[in-house]
Design a protein. Structure first.
Length: 95
């Protein structure tokens, strides 16, 4: 079973606060607009979880993160990699 860290808890809290309802209302008004989820650092991990969950409802969700740490264990990483074609992750490396 995939293990999720605090990012998953943040996404669950956001859903309860009405974020998901707001997205659904916006999509109803602008059905042809894609959904783009972004985040930096731990917000990127939360965004990765959010994008994966949103893709269960919407088919046009893209993800772009900056400096995102791992959002969970290897099982979760495999789940997210299945959606790789719509994920963009920007990281800095040292040469």
């Amino acid at each position: 079973m995939p293990l999720r860290h605090i990012a998953y808890q943040r996404w669950q809290a956001a859903k309860k606060s009405g974020v998901l309802t707001g997205i659904q209302e916006a999509k109803a008004q602008h059905a042809d607009y894609p959904i783009v989820v972004t985040g930096h650092s731990s917000g990127g991990s939360t965004g990765a979880i959010a994008a994966a969950e949103l893709r269960k409802t919407f088919d046009d969700v893209s993800l772009c993160t900056y400096g995102q740490p791992r959002p969970g264990n290897k099982a979760l990483a495999r789940e997210l990699q299945k959606q790789e074609d719509k994920n963009f992750r920007v990281i800095h490396t040292y040469v």
